[in-house]
Design a protein around this ligand. Structure first.
Ligand code: 5CA
Length: 158
C-alpha cells in the first residue's frame, strides 16, 4: 500500500476506534499549508487546526501545539508550559515522533505520546479542519472531539 494511503487509513482507524464519525475529505488540490487547506475546504484560515511540532531542547521530547491556522505560536509561551526551552522541530524529527510528514500531521493517532497544547482560539468555532495524515486530506472536528482525541490542554498560545 502506498505510504499516503496507509497514513490516511491510520487516521480513519483512530476515529473509528474512538467511535467518532468525523467527516474526512480527500481533496484533489493540496492541503499542505493552512492557507491551502482553507481554500480547499472553503473555510476561514482560523478554522484550520494546524499541528505544529516543537522539540524540547533539554529532554529532547516532542511537543505538539494544535493552533488556529492564522495564529503565530509563541515559542516562549510553549516553553513556559513545557518547563524548558523549545525549538521548531526538523522535518525528520516531525516524522520520527508523529509518524507523519509535515503538511499531513494529524493532531491525534501519533507514533509517540506527545504533550499536546490546544490553542484556545479554536474554541471560537463550532467545527474546524485538521490534517488527516496526508497533504491532500483533512478531517472535520468539533473542539470537544479535538480535546478528547488528543487529551490536550487548552491554552493561549499567542
Ligand atoms: N495540512 C495543513 C493544514 S491542517 C497542515 O498540516 N498545516 S500545518 O501548518 O500544520 O503544517 C505545516 C507546518 O509545518 C508549517 O506551519 C510549519 O510550522 C511546519 N513546517 C513546514 N516546513 C517546515 C520545515 N522545513 N521545518 C520545520 N517545520 C516546517
Amino acid at each position: 500500500m502506498a505510504r499516503r494511503k496507509k497514513s490516511l487509513e491510520s487516521v480513519r482507524r483512530v476515529l473509528a476506534e474512538a467511535g467518532l464519525e468525523c467527516p474526512v475529505l480527500e481533496l484533489p488540490t493540496s492541503t499542505r499549508t493552512s492557507a491551502e487547506a482553507a481554500q480547499a475546504v472553503g473555510c476561514s484560515i482560523g478554522q484550520i487546526a494546524k499541528s505544529i511540532v516543537f522539540r524540547a531542547t533539554r529532554s529532547g521530547s516532542g511537543v505538539l501545539v494544535v493552533a488556529s491556522g492564522g495564529n503565530r505560536i509563541s515559542e516562549q509561551v510553549v516553553a513556559e508550559r513545557v518547563g524548558e526551552a523549545v525549538e521548531m522541530a526538523t522535518p525528520a524529527f516531525v516524522r520520527e515522533v508523529t509518524g507523519f510528514a509535515i503538511g499531513g500531521v494529524p493532531p491525534f493517532g501519533l507514533e509517540e505520546k506527545l504533550a499536546v497544547f490546544i490553542d484556545e482560539d479554536l474554541f471560537g468555532f463550532e467545527e474546524m479542519w485538521a490534517a488527516a495524515g496526508t497533504p491532500h486530506a483533512v478531517v472535520c472536528l468539533t473542539p470537544a472531539e479535538l480535546t478528547s482525541l488528543t487529551g490536550g490542554t487548552v491554552v493561549k498560545i499567542t
